[in-house]
Write a protein that binds this ligand. Structure first.
Ligand code: HDE
Length: 703
């Protein structure tokens, strides 16, 4: 802040008065509290404001090692972004086992209950670049690194339990198709373009995943409110060498929640960092997000009888067939100290497993085991990325790997090989060492897939019929939106031809939305689909919502003259529920309430559209409401909350604002609640537990 009493020579930074230089730059010199700046070589810096020159106006001198080092380092700050999952956000925490699986696995992390194992989790979108927006329609990465006492275990999962493709060899094609088109370099972070839908419609194995990414799963409200899945079938191996198949799940304690598409579009403009800010704020405020680790365990008998191949990552195992056993909890309780050092440099590798956890022959998983090590070497510049603190194990580790770029842990002494005669250095340990499950393998070399991989429609249909009516509408609308962005009519028709094998009503709805004059022929299935898979409740988001409004955020529109009593009543009700309030006002600095007290608002109305909130409350004074009826962003605040089926609470003076937001007395529905007494606030928060008043949606979307 500038010290206005002495504009000439001083300025205040962090409560310290520092000098201004002749050109106005500040010179904060080292003192008892401020360390002396040095070069990378440790040499103290005398002047960090001016390059070394021949005279005040003279040419810069090459011998200015401080300047050259500073600029050189800056020039090298960027590393290649991840080829997929470039935009991500991480946090630290711990995993604690609550139910031992020691009968199934020798892994201590799944055997010893009550031990807190350090964890780092990185959430991400897939298609967008590092600087893209958070609420893209996309799969979310859910990558977990557990620093166990037996080595690092990386469970590199997604928030959707199935994948686009069945064989790793198709991954580059799939990723090329979804990312920006190579000639134009756009669109950014969207699947709504011809290349993606061309590839998808020519690859029927994508159809099950298409249903998921067109559902609200692809536009989560927060990382905190989504599930995670290991996707592949893995193997657990116990101390006797017995193997059991396993699928991993992360179930959020906060319940599931997503946003609606029109809201996502607007959030991305209003706050491109919506998801990362939410995670940061939640952890910083002590509302630590938590997930339960669930496992589906099954044996060869089940695998042989199951309708699908357990090695096919485009299929899931319904929870009704193999229930999810909840065995532990993952808590994120610490934000990163430095985004680059931790979130950017963290290197997940699917091949990082510990004794007792093993792979299956899922061809996608097998391919990933090559890809991740390779990509990290490129991205982080060499084989020693494991030496970076975020990647290094927290248990003792030693071997004879040495040298290479940036080596931090070279072996000490003479011995750098084994066996050696010097009696020094580590040796293998047949008792505790990792043993691969001795699965018998035989077969001719061939480029084929298992027979059951070919049913691409049955589970897609099961997913669709498991959704509630609003969710089904969202899926249909998403297909229509995305395909409307495709310029090639044949691609649109090809997608509808697949949807005819999923659900006829869905296919007809999409065809109508696209203005197709006639329905195409259904795509010929590669294998006759099973038609009778029953609905499965865990597949729906709305059937798995929260039981409270805890951790959700209400935007409260206030103005000068807002009733203090009502605001306190709202705060009491929100605090009791664990709901966060954010005050949105015409001016951010100060709002004078009805009792004359002055409050600082959290947001100015132009910077805080209602899409940033889970519900809204309108508490302007009569004069404040009058002011806001002339403000377009205040009218949008109301109109959007209404269109997005949000719960809206309003004080008695807010009626003119409701009217300006397009809400007539006839539009008042049970999701729009008057707030006049303390009891009203309690009922309002209880109503909000349902998250949205979905019945309204059918009245607000005519097209
Ligand atoms: Fe990845 N994937 N993937 N993937 N993936 C990467 O590794 C790859 C797949 C997933 O936050 C890359 O470090 C192949 C499935 C996550 O740092 C790369 C195949 C699932 C992350 C790579 C798949 C995932 C990645 C790019 C098909 C869910 C982000 C940068 C065989 C189970 C991790 C990197 C983080 C990242 C390859 C398919 C999840 C290139 C070849 C299926 C969460 O190695």
């Amino acid at each position: 802040m500038t010290d206005s009493s002495d504009k000439r020579t001083t300025v205040t930074i962090n409560d310290q008065t520092v000098e201004r230089g002749p050109q106005g730059a500040t010179h904060q010199v080292a003192g008892s509290d401020t360390p002396t700046m040095t070069t990378q070589q440790g040499v103290a810096v005398a002047d960090d404001q001016n390059t070394l020159k021949a005279g005040a106006r003279g040419a810069a001198l090459l011998e200015d090692f401080h300047f050259r080092e500073k600029i050189f380092h800056f020039d090298h700050e960027r590393i290649p972004e991840r080829v997929v999952h470039a935009r991500g956000y991480g946090a630290h925490g711990y995993f604690e086992l609550t139910d031992s699986l020691s009968d199934y696995t020798s892994a201590s992390v799944l055997g010893k209950t009550g031990v807190r194992v350090p964890a780092f989790v990185r959430f991400s979108t897939v298609a967008g670049g590092r600087g893209s927006f958070d609420v893209a329609r996309d799969v979310r990465g859910f990558a977990v690194k557990l620093y166990t006492e037996e080595g690092n275990w990386d469970l590199v999962g997604n928030n959707i339990p199935v994948f686009f493709i069945q064989d790793a060899i198709k991954f580059p094609d799939m990723v090329h198709a979804v990312k920006e088109e190579p000639d134009s370099g756009f669109p950014q972070a969207q699947s709504a373009h011809d290349n993606f839908w061309d590839f998808a419609s020519l690859s029927p194995e994508t159809v099950h995943m298409l249903m998921w990414i067109m559902s609200d799963r692809a536009i989560p409200r927060s990382f905190r409110f989504m599930e995670g899945f290991g996707v592949h079938t893995f193997r657990l191996v116990n101390a006797e060498g017995k193997s059991t198949y396993v699928k991993f799940h992360w179930k959020p304690k906060q319940g599931l929640q997503s946003v609606v598409w029109n809201e996502a579009v607007k959030i991305n403009g209003a706050d491109p960092d919506f998801h990362r800010r939410d995670l940061w704020d939640a952890i910083q405020s002590g509302q630590y997000p938590e997930w339960e680790l669930g496992v589906q365990l099954f044996d060869d008998d089940f695998a042989d009888k199951f309708d699908f191949d357990i090695l096919d990552a485009t299929k899931l195992i319904p929870e009704e067939l193999v229930p999810v056993r909840r065995i532990g909890r993952l808590v994120l309780d610490r934000t990163v100290d430095n985004f680059f050092a931790e979130t950017e440099q963290v290197a997940f590798c699917t091949q990082n497993v510990v004794p007792g956890i093993d792979f299956t022959n899922d061809p996608l998983l097998q391919g990933r085991n090559f890809s991740y090590l390779d990509t990290q070497t490129k991205r982080l510049g060499g084989p020693n990325f494991t030496h970076i603190p975020i990647n290094a194990p927290k248990c003792p580790f030693q071997n004879f790997q040495q040298d290479g770029h940036m080596a931090m842990h070279n072996p000490r002494g003479r011995a750098n090989y084994e066996p050696n005669s010097w009696g020094r250095g580590p040796r293998e340990n047949p008792t505790t060492g990792y043993k691969h499950y001795p699965e018998k393998l035989s077969g001719q070399k061939t480029r084929e897939r298992g027979e059951l991989f070919a049913d691409h429609y049955s589970q897609a249909r099961q997913f669709f019929i498991s959704q509630t009516p609003p969710e089904q509408t969202h899926i249909k609308n998403a297909f229509v939106f995305e395909l409307s962005k495709c310029q090639t009519p044949a691609i649109r028709e090809r997608v509808v031809a697949h949807l005819l094998n999923v659900d006829e009503k869905l296919a007809r709805g999409v065809a109508k939305g696209l203005g197709l004059t006639s329905l195409p022929e259904a795509a010929p299935p590669a294998r006759e689909p099973l038609t009778d898979l029953p609905p499965s409740n865990p597949l729906s988001i709305l059937k798995n919502g929260p039981s409270s409004f805890k951790g959700r955020k209400i935007g409260v529109l206030v103005t000068d003259g807002t009733d203090t009593g009502l605001l306190h009543a709202l705060k009491d009700a929100a605090d009791a529920e664990g709901t966060i309030l954010e005050l949105v006002a015409p001016v951010v600095g100060s709002v004078k309430l009805s009792d004359g007290k002055v409050l600082a608002a959290d947001q100015k109305i132009v910077g805080a559209p209602s899409v940033l909130y889970d519900a809204v409350v309108l508490l302007p004074s009569a004069s404040g409401a009058k002011l806001l009826t002339g403000e377009a962003t205040a009218r949008d605040f109301v109109a959007d909350a209404f269109a997005h089926a949000k719960f809206i609470g309003y004080g008695k003076d807010a009626r003119p604002l409701l009217a300006k937001g397009g809400i007539t007395p006839d539009d008042i529905d049970p999701g729009i609640l008057p707030l006049n007494t303390a009891g009203d606030f309690q009922s309002f928060i209880e109503a909000c537990r349902k998250l949205r008043f979905w019945d309204r949606e059918t009245r607000t979307h005519a097209v």
